[in-house]
Ligand binder design. Structure first.
Ligand code: RB5
Length: 141
């Protein structure tokens, strides 16, 4: 399975760890950044979200310090549902209830081990459909 991934400088180290940890399970397409040098998160969130917006089969991971900036950018794109997750429970619900297609991680507030558990949970949890599909259909305006 292919996973698009991007971060800003605050998320760079966690991005590299996630890529390494899941290297045998997922094929990552890395949208940057490529170092801890200070950058602007929209420059990395928008290209990734644009691609997911145009292809319903794709999933992504975005990482910044809080997760807020990446979430705000990604959720501007039609058909993108980016879920900021700081626990496995929230990640599971982002899939079950929101059919999230981007997982957003707050690198400055979670450990690497917790991030790995969150990623694993996100990609192993299915959308429940039903009443949740009706609600998702009301998101795009
Ligand atoms: C960078 O300092 C920080 O503002 C960014 O990573 C993110 O938390 C923004 O929402």
């Amino acid at each position: 399975m292919k996973v698009l991934i991007a971060s800003d400088h605050a998320g760079y180290e966690l991005k590299e760890k996630v890529k390494e940890h899941f290297s045998e399970i997922y094929e990552f397409e890395d949208f940057g950044t490529s170092s801890t040098e200070s950058v602007d998160y929209p420059d990395f969130a928008h290209p990734l979200a644009e691609k997911i917006s145009q292809d319903a089969s794709l999933f992504g991971i975005l990482i910044c310090g809080t997760g807020n900036g990446m979430s705000m950018c990604a959720n501007k794109h039609p058909n993108v549902r980016a879920g900021l997750s700081w626990s496995t429970e929230i990640a599971a619900l982002a899939r079950q209830h929101n059919n999230a297609n981007i997982l957003v991680l707050p690198a400055r507030f979670i450990s690497s081990d917790l991030a790995f558990d969150i990623v694993k949970t996100f990609f192993n949890t299915a959308f429940e459909g039903g009443r949740h599909q009706r609600r998702i259909d009301k998101i795009n305006r």
